[in-house]
Design a protein around this ligand. Structure first.
Ligand code: THU
Length: 155
């Protein structure tokens, strides 16, 4: 399987991916981003079809800001423990702008995705709007973070 597939047009994505992008867009409405004014939304689909969303949550103490991806992932872990994640979509736009901005998941979120993937022994597909207005579908978190930190070294 290809690690990354790019699409020039959202219409070329499969219907589940398009639906997740739509839910991620909706989730940006709940972004609390008065500092960066960059609204991020994420949507995750579980093995049973449940969709969980998240949005970035900022704080005046800047390092406490939390990315949309981790808000959604931790919601899954705490509300749907043991349910496998199939796919997640992430979108972003500037405050008061309708059109989506390219927004690639940060390294911290990739590290967290990686551990979720390892815990469930199954890859998580990730969809993002990459540079040049191209949608990118990644086959796994591992493909997004080669050589990520592996907690096994702690044992
Ligand atoms: N942000 C996310 O929500 N996800 C990412 O992967 C990158 C950045 C948020 C954090 C902060 O609220 C804003 O975008 C600007 O960095």
């Amino acid at each position: 399987m290809n690690e990354f597939i790019t699409y020039n047009n959202i219409e070329d994505l499969d219907s589940e991916s398009k639906y997740l992008i739509h839910k991620a867009k909706e989730a940006t409405a709940h972004s609390y981003s008065p500092y960066s004014k960059f609204c991020v939304g994420s949507a995750i689909i579980l093995e049973d079809g449940t969709v969980i969303t998240g949005s970035n949550q900022e704080n005046a103490s800047y390092p406490l800001c939390m990315c949309a991806e981790r808000v959604a992932l931790y919601a899954v872990a705490s509300q749907f423990p043991g349910k496998r994640i199939i796919k997640m979509a992430v979108v972003a736009h500037k405050k008061n702008h309708k059109e989506l901005a390219p927004g690639s998941s940060c390294g911290a979120c990739r590290q967290v995705m990686l551990e979720f993937e390892q815990r469930q022994h199954n890859p998580i597909e990730v969809i993002m709007l990459g540079p040049g207005e191209k949608w990118v579908k990644c086959s796994s978190a591992r493909s997004l973070l080669p050589f990520g930190f592996d907690g096994k070294v702690l044992h």
